[in-house]
Design a protein around this ligand. Structure first.
Ligand SMILES: Nc1ncnc2c1ncn2[C@@H]1O[C@H](COP(=O)(O)OP(=O)(O)O)[C@@H](O)[C@H]1O
Ligand SMILES: [Mg+2]
Length: 217
């Protein structure tokens, strides 16, 4: 299993208010598998993905990615594991605006302590961005920006690809190609977890985890 998440709990407190974002969610994801995390707004999808990728730390439970425990570690250790093992794709904001597309991928590699120009060019090529390597993020179309974000997420051949509403800002014509590219990544033995409301993602998924009020239904 690439992802082994056992009994995750995540609470947010502010003053007397307590939000129980995750209440005992477990999830295993194998290499090559695409899992959709579905559920109404506020049901805990983003919190779950953040905990799976070590972006956030659960209050209870344990997360292993590719055999490495990523939960309950100091942030610096989590960041190092994350850079090596996890690719993350958000709806937007995946690219640093003052770096070109290629430099964004280079930076993601540098954060993982590597430099692999060949892999970078392969990724850009495979994502149909060979001609856009020197473009600035502001010059990209919505579909190109999503694919460039995917190139950054895949910069280190992650074991786990997390995508939080990755096609939320795309129209149907640009969504299809992006989803096919994500699917193809699963074919490369990556575990893929996508939070989304899109029917197209639902059709693509091998398995669906429905969340409601922080619990699997
Ligand atoms: N940083 C935070 N501080 C306080 N509450 C949060 C924070 N992040 C999420 N929440 C709350 O946790 C619950 C789950 O949020 P989230 O995981 O973003 O749900 P979803 O992605 O399904 O919309 C919501 O009630 C949300 O308001
Ligand atoms: Mg969300």
């Amino acid at each position: 299993m690439i992802v082994q998440a056992e009994e995750l709990y995540r609470f947010y407190r502010s003053g007397d208010e307590e939000t129980r974002a995750l209440r005992g969610v477990s999830l295993d994801v194998a290499a090559g598998e695409v899992v959709l995390v579905s559920g109404p707004s506020g049901s805990g999808k983003s919190t779950l993905l953040a905990c799976l990728g070590g972006l956030d730390d659960p209050d209870g439970g344990i997360v292993r990615v590719d055999g490495h425990r990523i939960s309950h570690r100091p942030e610096a250790e989590r960041a190092a594991l994350r850079a090596r093992l996890v690719g993350v794709l958000f709806q937007s904001g995946n690219l640093i605006e003052h770096l070109t597309v290629a430099a964004n991928v280079d930076l993601a590699q540098r954060l993982a302590g590597r430099r692999d120009r060949r892999l970078r060019d392969e990724l850009l090529d495979g994502l149909g961005l060979a001609g856009r390597a020197r473009a600035w993020p502001s010059e990209l179309s919505g579909g190109e920006a999503a694919r460039a974000g995917l190139a950054v997420a895949l910069a280190n051949r992650p074991a786990l690809l997390l995508a939080d509403e990755p096609t939320g800002e795309l129209d149907q014509h640009t969504e299809g190609p992006v989803l096919r590219l994500i699917r193809r990544q699963a074919g490369e033995r990556t575990a893929v977890v996508i939070a989304s409301h899109s029917p197209a993602v639902r059709r693509l998924a091998d398995r669906i985890l429905e969340l409601k009020d922080g619990r699997a239904t």
